[in-house]
Design a protein. Structure first.
Length: 386
């Protein structure tokens, strides 16, 4: 049996980042991806800030950048809406297949062994090492990184899982400079519909929600907007309940979607999941350098990630619980309560990767009375209808 210091199950950005960091420190690393191609299936919108990419040590290749001209975001409720400037955030839309392959190349150049069409069937502790059974045979390793996505947690807690559909679409109503987010508690309960442009007249259009038929909801959303052609369809569950309790168990390290590191508000995770992989890889490298004698070093990974994102994710979960309770009338009233000057303030100082600060600026004390009235009315309607 071939032996590696580290085996990474899953060739997502989080798994590849972990592999890159461990391999850079001279660990022997294998990445085992079950699909036939790194970066597939591509079920991510690909929206990320350039600052986030910089922090991950990635300068996206030109081939990976689908759109660098995002200037505004239209946020809609059923009968209301507002627009935010996205100029300051410097967000881009990336082709996840190209991005993941770029990180795979970084990992390979650091000496990681990357294999596709190689699925992990089981892994079991055998003394101080793991035996990993795969479709290509058995391997052994000292550290096992679980980067297998939502599938790793979906059977443990389905409450945090939403159905989603995202299509690649050609349509005249897609504007290159504008993202669109549409809230509707009846059509997309607990989430929203979105348009992420990859160019003029083309983009990624999707919906997600609790207990919905995502394909039907997405068709209705697009039918209402005008003519379109669909050139690709992707269906995938998304996780919105925040991080799992523990990222580390013995020498098993969980990263990315499998660790619940996607944002509870948007399910986005290129930066947050990528950072999880980066910190995990570094902690494993440090444990190996210490002679594999002190597994508590691995806990530095969760401490580091929580220090960066813990407070932000807690705030996002509060926002999520609020969103899940609002009916459409309350959504409309909340949107109308946001002062125009606060929209400008949020646009000028907002951070794409830490967006609850911008949300707090919009929902300031001056509009608290109107918001409280909307929320109270929402709760009364729930009682009457319930």
């Amino acid at each position: 049996m071939s032996h590696f210091d580290v085996i990474v199950a899953g060739g997502s950005i989080s798994g590849l980042m972990a592999a890159r960091e461990a391999a850079k420190a001279c660990a022997t690393v294998a990445v085992l991806e079950e699909d036939a191609e790194i970066g597939t299936p591509e079920h991510c919108g690909g929206l990320v800030s350039m600052e986030g990419m910089k922090n991950l040590g990635i300068v996206p290749d030109a081939s990976a950048v689908e759109n660098s001209r995002i200037r505004r975001a239209r946020i809609l409720s059923p009968s209301n809406g507002f627009e935010l400037s996205a100029e300051k955030q410097k967000v881009v839309v990336l082709d996840r297949r190209a991005l993941d392959k770029q990180v795979a190349l970084q990992a390979q150049r650091a000496s990681a062994d990357i294999r596709v069409k190689c699925s992990v069937r089981s892994f079991n502790k055998d003394g101080t090492r793991y035996i990993v059974k795969t479709s290509e045979g058995d391997f052994t390793c000292d550290y096992f990184v679980d980067a297998r996505g939502v599938a790793s947690i979906i059977n443990k807690n389905r409450d945090g899982v939403l159905s989603s559909a995202q299509y690649e679409v050609f349509a005249p109503w897609i504007k290159r400079d504008a993202i669109e987010v549409a809230f509707d508690s009846e059509r997309y309960p607990g989430f929203f519909a979105w348009v992420i442009p990859t160019g003029d007249g083309r983009g990624k259009v999707g919906v997600a929600g609790k207990g919905i038929n995502a394909a039907s909801a997405l068709k209705s959303y697009m039918d209402a907007k005008g003519p379109y052609s669909v050139v690709r369809k992707v269906y995938a569950p998304i996780w919105v309940m925040g991080p799992i309790a523990s990222f580390v168990s013995g020498r098993t390290v969980v990263v990315g979607d499998a660790a619940g590191q996607t944002k509870p508000t948007t399910a986005g995770g290129i930066y947050t999941c990528g950072t999880g992989g980066l910190l995990a890889g570094r902690s494993i490298a440090k444990a190996i350098a210490a002679g594999k004698k002190d597994d508590s070093i691995l806990d530095e990974y969760q401490k580091g990630w929580s220090a960066m994102f813990g407070e932000e994710f807690s705030k996002m979960l509060v926002a999520r619980r609020l969103l899940e309770r609002l009916d459409n009338k309350a959504l409309d009233e909340l949107f109308s309560a946001i002062p125009k000057d606060k929209l400008e303030d949020a646009s000028s100082t907002g951070d794409f990767d830490f967006h609850t600060a911008a949300l707090a600026k919009m929902l300031d004390v001056k509009s608290a009375g109107r918001m409280a009235k909307a929320l109270l009315g929402n709760e009364i309607r729930r009682l009457v209808d319930g």
